[in-house]
Each structure stands twice: as C-alpha cells, then as structure tokens.
Design a protein around this ligand. Structure first.
Ligand SMILES: [Fe+2]
Length: 158
C-alpha cells in the first residue's frame, strides 16, 4: 500500500538514510560500551560498571526508536552487522584500553554522535518531518548529557 503522510518520497528517503547512519553508529557504540562495562577495572569499578550499563541500555532504546521511525516513514530496516559496519563512522574497540582511556573514548564517541545528530537535524529542518526532528532532538539532549557526565569523570577536563 502506498504511503501518504504528507512528506515527499525524497524527504522520507533522506530521513531514512540519516536515521540508518546514526543507528549504525549506535550499534558500534553500544557494543563498545558493553565491552567497557565488562572490562573496566580499578577502585571505581562498581560505579563505572553501573553507569555503563545505563548507557548501553539507553543506546539500545535509541536503536529501537530510530528503527521504528524508519518503519513509520515507510521503509524496511536493513538491520544486520554487515550494513551497520558499512554505514557507521565510529570504530569498534579491538584493544584492551586502560579504564581512563575507555572514558575518553566514550566521550569522543558521544561527542561525534552529538555533531552527527545536530547535522542531521539541520539537514532535515526544511522537510516538515517534525517527528523525526523531535526524536533527533531528544537523542541530542541525551548524548550531550552523557558526554558531560563522562567528561566530568576526568577532573582535568572542563
Ligand atoms: Fe552486566
């Protein structure tokens, strides 16, 4: 059945592509956050372990919301790791970083997602797709908060 929701095909395709790109980066960051949840060490282990669990749960929730938005726009969600790896910009963790480097890596990744999400919002502003914009603004707020919390754990940073 043809979709008729007042957003042109090209605008919906544009939103789908931006959403899927962010979704792919989420998968990379989600497994990296789980990796650090399991492998963090040191006197702050318990608080890092718990904080990182909240973060990967938030990313999992974001994945679901992004994918369901793609469906609402009338498209298939091509969810498989091959596609995620092809579309993502963020890099998987292949090493065994020190715990303080884990926090820095996550800060950089959340800051990347902030820039990527802000760019997507700017690109979609004129398309009249308020629901996608709402979702992205909500995601932007969450990443900014997470990046602030991660930065605050390094007392040398602002
Ligand atoms: Fe766990």
């Amino acid at each position: 059945m043809t979709i008729n929701i007042g957003i042109s095909q090209s605008h919906r395709e544009y939103a789908r592509d931006l959403l899927f790109k962010i979704l792919s980066d989420y998968y990379i960051l989600m497994i990296k956050t789980q990796n650090y949840h399991w492998n963090a060490r040191g006197p702050h282990f318990h608080s890092y372990h718990q904080m990182l669990e909240l973060q990967y749960n938030d990313l999992a929730q974001g994945v679901d919301l992004l994918a369901e938005r793609i469906r609402s726009l009338g498209f298939h969600v091509p969810a498989n790791y091959k596609n995620f790896m092809t579309h993502a910009t963020l890099q998987e963790e292949m090493r065994e970083p020190a715990t303080e480097d884990m926090l820095k890596n996550l800060t950089h990744d959340h800051e990347y997602l902030i820039r990527e999400t802000r760019e997507a919002i700017n690109k979609l502003k004129e398309t009249g797709d308020e629901n996608t914009l709402d979702l992205l603004v909500e995601r932007l707020s969450l990443h900014e908060k997470t990046a602030w919390m991660l930065r605050s754990l390094n007392s040398h940073d602002s």
